[in-house]
Design a protein around this ligand. Structure first.
Ligand code: ADP
Ligand code: MG
Length: 324
């Protein structure tokens, strides 16, 4: 199975827009039409760090796309196409590639994306996937740095599901008050984040600053507060959990796993108070769950987050770092 064969059989059918030149040339030639900006980001997934060899290749494909999609959504822009680089050892067989490309095809449809190009190379050991995602837009992006004093702070969806899903995979014998449906829900959230395209317009219309949550809600709020140079107050009691997560937390007894555990891929954003009613109405219309969890405070040389009792949120053991 050489790489020309893989590219032709599995990747060419995914390169269905004209910009890819059907992967027959050295480059992609991207038509920006009359858009002003290319907004782009890149994320890598590594076997052993971000997924396991035994995971479903279609899930790995979708997760690789969705972690990138999530970044663009949080900036209020619509993803357009992507480059895909795969480095793999010779234990990865054709059936793996087949399932992987099927996962890509399904998400290309779901998110209206096209494959633009990439690279396929041999690695001595392991499997590495890098995706570079592009968006073409006339709009300026919603930055992390532009929260203002008095803005409300929101989060989409619910948090903690994915970190608990991972915990359940690692501790198969812990029951913790969950039935098999709860377990399935939570584990599925770990395998497959669910960024939503309808969030884009909401962010574009109403957000003053925004980012997606990948490293745990509190850690990411701290980043947002830090980039905006402000103090945030977060109401612990308003933080939204799913029914399954609530059950888990009740018997587990420690919320830190949900507050600091990663891989939520929700969006945290700030929004001026004057938009509150319109924002709620819009979210209702597009059936997107958003929850007001706090308020942006004053500028500070030492940005931090307080809870409603004015206690500072501490960094926690659950925070994940690649390099310690
Ligand atoms: P080169 O020797 O110039 O690197 P390749 O044989 O690697 O050429 O690639 C040929 C074409 O196939 C290029 O257009 C490249 O973008 C595309 N390609 C290679 N690997 C992938 C991949 N994993 N996904 C998408 N396109 C790919
Ligand atoms: Mg190449």
């Amino acid at each position: 199975m050489d790489e020309k064969f893989i590219i032709k059989k599995y990747f060419m059918p995914l390169a269905n827009g004209k910009d890819s030149l059907q992967l027959k040339d050295d480059v992609a030639n991207i038509d920006v039409a009359d858009e002003k900006y290319i907004v782009s980001n890149q994320d890598s997934l590594v076997m052993g760090t971000h997924f396991f060899k035994s995971d479903d290749p279609a899930y790995i494909a979708k997760k690789s796309l969705r972690v990138n999609i999530s970044d663009l959504i949080s900036k209020g822009v619509r993803p357009y196409g992507y480059f895909l680089s795969i480095a793999m050892d010779d234990t990865i067989d054709e059936n793996w590639i087949k399932l992987f490309s099927k996962g890509l095809a399904e998400d290309q449809k779901k998110y209206n994306l096209t494959l633009l190009g990439g690279d396929t190379v041999l690695a001595p050991n392991g499997l590495f996937i890098t995706i570079n995602m592009l968006s073409r837009t006339n709009d300026t992006i919603i930055k992390r740095s532009s929260a203002s004093c008095g803005d409300n702070i929101y989060v989409t969806g619910t948090i903690g599901n994915s970190a608990i899903g991972l915990y359940l995979l690692k501790n198969k014998n812990d029951n913790l008050g969950l039935d098999s449906k709860d377990r399935q829900n939570l584990i599925r959230k770990y395998h497959l984040p669910n960024p939503r395209l309808q969030t884009i317009q909401l962010i574009k219309n109403f957000a003053s600053s925004s980012m997606d949550t990948t490293d745990g809600l509190i850690n990411d709020l701290l980043v947002l507060a830090g980039t905006s140079g402000r103090v945030f107050t977060i109401k612990k009691r308003s933080i939204p959990y799913s029914v399954s997560t609530k059950k888990f937390l009740n018997s587990y007894g420690d919320c830190d796993i949900a507050l600091y555990g990663g891989d939520d891929y929700e969006v945290i954003f700030t929004s001026p108070m004057k938009f509150e009613d319109m924002l709620n109405e819009y979210a209702k219309k597009i059936k997107l769950r958003i929850t007001k969890i706090g308020k942006v405070g004053n500028l500070s040389n030492h940005p931090r987050i307080y809870d409603e009792k004015h206690e500072e949120f501490k960094t926690s053991n659950y925070s994940f770092k690649h390099f310690k």
